[in-house]
Design a protein around this ligand. Structure first.
Ligand SMILES: [Mg+2]
Length: 112
């Protein structure tokens, strides 16, 4: 199996959803999934604020990615297509240094 394939990742997560019957047990409820993603984001944050290892950061990032791909299944949207469309859009944007850190955005309502 090609581990770099988005399609294979999505199929693996679909099998995981099927194995635990997420569809019929609340596992594909969008609000619940958002709460789970926030929980994982907090764990990623703790890697930074508590100085946890890169191994732990990678594992928590994978947790978030798995939930995100599963959310694409649950909410029935094409995340792969959305990714490429969004990258095309943000590649057109300008960057600014704000408080010493780079930000790429539309900067609506921000003084030039
Ligand atoms: Mg986790």
């Amino acid at each position: 199996m090609d581990k770099n394939s988005y399609k294979n990742m999505l199929e693996t997560i679909q099998e995981f959803h099927n194995k635990h019957d997420f569809k019929n047990n609340g596992g594909e409820d969008l609000a619940y999934r958002v709460a789970l993603m926030v929980e994982e984001l907090g764990e990623i944050s703790a890697c930074v604020t508590k100085g946890k290892s890169k191994t732990y950061l990678a594992e928590e990032s994978a947790d978030l990615l798995i939930l995100l791909l599963g959310t694409a299944i649950s909410a029935d949207f094409d995340l792969n297509e959305a990714f490429w469309q969004k990258m095309e859009k943000i590649n057109q944007r300008k960057s600014k240094i704000i408080n010493g850190k780079i930000r790429v955005s539309e900067f609506k309502g921000v003084d030039k």
